[in-house]
Design a protein around this ligand. Sequence first.
Ligand code: NAP
Length: 288
Amino acid sequence: MRGWLDDAPSYVPPVKVGAVMRALAVGRVVESKNDDFPVGAHVHGTLGVRDYLVTDGKDLRVIDTSQVSGPEHLAALGLTGLTAYFGLMELGKPTEGETVLVSGAAGAVGSVVGQLAKIAGARVIGIAGSDEKCEWLTGELGFDEAINYKTADSLTKAIASAAPNGVDVFFDNVGGRVLDAALANTARNARLVICGAISDYNSTDRAGIRNYPRIITHSLTIHGFTIGDFGDRLPEGMKALGGYLAEGKLVSRIDARDAEVKDFPEVFGALFEGTNTGKLIMALPGRE
Ligand SMILES: NC(=O)c1ccc[n+]([C@@H]2O[C@H](COP(=O)([O-])OP(=O)(O)OC[C@H]3O[C@@H](n4cnc5c(N)ncnc54)[C@H](OP(=O)(O)O)[C@@H]3O)[C@@H](O)[C@H]2O)c1
């Protein structure tokens, strides 16, 4: 979403000044002249940050909230979980016994990535910004190790100590110095999955990657992606994620903040301040 606010060409057009902020959301039909969208049904789609929307229903789908909550359709079962699933399984391709390192590990995407890597039989190390987040990762989520990047004397050394045989898959949500520290610890033929670069989204002076010669010396593969690359395979990912959730193999944490439309900038800012754990969701008052 942050990238959509830059006046620059990207994978989707930028949101214009004064326009409704683009956002995936779950809403409820309150009036309808379309039998496909009966009153009371919950719908999922790019509804935007707003109270009400008049639409012909194009690109919206009715979702079943009887078994899975509306917010869950945005979290582990939504594009968050799908980003984790396809990025890790199709690009990172972890195998049993390999070491997977994930940054932004206690966030929405990262927390799912680490758990999927455990399901794949990998040893999993998370990087997160507080001791509480690290304890959640190694406790409830079953990560093997977690590093607090804010208090580690040297992040590079901390990763080296947690991954003595090197990192086989690095799933990056953060970029910047975290990416550089991970790069310095890669094993031969490691795969780097570049999902996000939140540490750089607001910076005007990007540091760049200093440890890039490692890409040559260790025969690394770097995959950047957006979830749109897997647009025709989403049902496959939803089936797998739904199965893991139902079996209790995947813990999904939703960090819902009650707020009004005007409060969106403050709620959104939590992602950059790191005050969220799991999937940050803005919940408009009085809606079900
Ligand atoms: N490629 C795709 O299709 C795709 C799809 C969805 C999301 N993404 C990207 O994936 C990343 C994660 O998204 P999300 O929605 O799951 O958000 P999130 O991880 O739930 O929230 C962002 C987290 O980033 C961490 N962070 C913020 N500033 C940081 C900094 N300067 N250095 C290190 N960590 C920082 C914070 O946790 P700490 O407390 O650990 O600092 C914060 O909680 C984002 O970069 C996003 O743009 C990509």
